[in-house]
Design a protein. Structure first.
Length: 497
């Protein structure tokens, strides 16, 4: 039964959708549809100009251009438009703690195998009264069913709730054109998605996503785009309206220059100020994406400075340290464009610094901010862009017009294995050597996944991942428990209407 004001708003939204839902012959392309490229959550605003270079298969329900309009014919957008996306995903996980014998650690507790169903319904309302004013709303209902391990009482109290967000407003912003110049002001709840989403993304794989209460000043003309933003991440509350985290402030400038000799280049500066965590840092970086014939490339380098606290050593927590860290990504790809399946092979190297001395006055662990991490470091989410080295390869091909298959392999090491920690995709500590002499090798991961476009409205995706636990997992396992590999299977359907 719907309760409180949230229930009434959700009821009204569904009613409006039913009353105004167009017939199939009346539907036109929308700004919210299924996207194939990996980092395409905000493609309509130029956030991912290298879509042809990226790997597919993580379906984003963000912006994009839909099908249905013939080539060469551009229809004017409707003044009022109601659309939606419903995503269902089944997941099965086995041994995600990488411990061989969990009952020997916690008597009476079974291994952490689990399976569950995730549902996410999003309704989009777009208002375009004239060329100077736009308004957009996304209503979201995200739920989880069947898990034996997910504690819903804890989810209700958690700021990292990625499973459940019942009947809430995910986005709600106003976009105003400032005169005749190509300058826009965008105010309200919205996604912040930049580059490959390695630092700021919408966490599109997560069931609740990620949005911000933000203000943006957007300038775009010909080959130059400048985006100035300030905002706060929205914390998911499954029992009340979501509210922003006013203690964690973001501010930044992100510039994109196209058609350079080296390709597209991004230059950015991001400022983060988190008072409770005693963190104040600046992140300066650049990203270059391009292609020449069958060869494509993607490079990103980041330097970070400011002040932070140590998250690993207990006796240093709360002590403000000088923050100095760095990270890098390098990828080269080759596409056999003349072959029927058009296979693409990519190889890559990734790095993020760790802290080598827990007793000095500095912290060198890279802060990955708020990324979309699911695919860059493997679909099993064991790794984040913190204190790591990795090498990997990815092979994808179009088996048929509607079926695309990808295989990938990643190997992972820690930059600083003894004095820093292993961080998962969310940035939380997964394992900590606590100063012991351990191996730096975390393991390697193999993934196989495919997407099939059933129709313009329905897409299906399936995947399998196996994580081969490395020596570090054995070295940091509880005494007598040992280490073991992990497995992951998922099946996802996405329907747009």
């Amino acid at each position: 039964m719907l309760q409180g004001s949230k229930g009434w708003v959700w009821t009204a939204a569904v009613f409006l959708l039913v009353v105004n839902f167009p017939s199939q012959s009346q539907q036109v392309s929308t700004d919210h549809t299924l996207m194939d490229p990996l980092y395409s959550a905000e493609m309509d605003e130029g956030a991912m100009d290298s879509a042809a270079l990226s790997e597919p298969l993580q379906v984003a329900t963000g912006k994009g251009s839909g099908g249905g309009t013939p080539k060469g014919e551009k229809k004017a957008p409707k003044k009022i438009e109601l659309t939606g996306v419903w995503r269902l995903r089944y997941e099965a996980k086995e041994n995600f703690d990488l411990i061989y014998d969990r009952p020997s650690v916690d008597p009476g507790v079974a291994d952490n195998d689990d399976d569950f169903l995730l549902s996410r319904l999003r309704l989009f309302l777009d208002l375009r009264p004239n060329e100077y004013i736009q308004a957009h709303f996304t209503f979201q209902d995200a739920r989880e069913f069947g898990s034996d391990l997910i504690n819903h009482d804890q989810l209700d109290r958690s700021s990292r709730n990625t499973f459940k967000n019942q009947m809430d407003i995910y986005e709600g912003y106003l976009k105003l054109k400032l005169g005749e110049c190509p300058l826009w002001l965008q105010l309200g709840r919205q996604e912040l998605v930049y580059g490959d989403s390695r630092l700021l993304g919408n966490n599109m794989w997560g069931n609740t996503g990620r949005s911000y209460d933000a203000a943006r000043l957007l300038y775009e003309k010909e080959d130059v785009k400048i985006d100035l933003f300030v905002g706060n991440r929205v914390l998911v509350d499954s029992n009340a309206w979501d509210e922003p985290d006013h203690h964690d402030n973001l501010m930044g400038a992100y510039a994109t220059i196209k058609n350079l000799p080296q390709g597209l280049q991004d230059i950015y500066l991001i400022y983060r100020d988190n008072n409770p965590a005693m963190l104040e840092e600046y992140t300066l970086g650049t990203r270059i994406v391009g292609d020449e014939g069958p060869v494509d490339w993607n490079f990103e380098g980041v330097y970070q400075w400011g002040t932070a606290t140590d998250k690993v050593v207990p006796n240093r927590k709360g002590e403000v340290l000088d923050q100095e860290a760095w990270a890098a990504h390098a990828e080269l790809g080759y596409t056999w464009k003349t072959q029927p399946l058009k296979p693409r092979l990519g190889v890559e190297y990734n790095f993020a610094s760790g802290d080598d001395d827990p007793l000095d006055s500095s912290n060198n662990t890279f802060d990955q901010l708020f990324p979309t991490n699911h695919v860059p470091w493997g679909i099993m989410d064991f790794i984040g862009w913190k204190n790591m080295h990795s090498i990997g390869s990815r092979l994808s091909w179009a088996q048929t017009r509607n079926l695309k298959i990808t295989t990938e392999w990643h190997a992972f090491w820690l930059d600083e294995e003894q004095n820093d920690a292993w961080y998962d995709s969310t940035g939380r500590v997964f394992r900590n050597a606590a100063g012991k002499d351990v191996s730096s090798f975390l393991g390697h991961e193999f993934n196989l996944f495919a997407t099939y476009k059933v129709s313009e409205k329905l897409e299906m995706e399936a995947g399998y991942g196996h994580y081969f636990a490395g020596q570090y997992a054995a070295d940091t396992a509880p005494i007598g428990a040992g280490s073991d590999d992990a497995d992951f299977v998922y099946l996802m359907t996405t329907y747009k209407f």
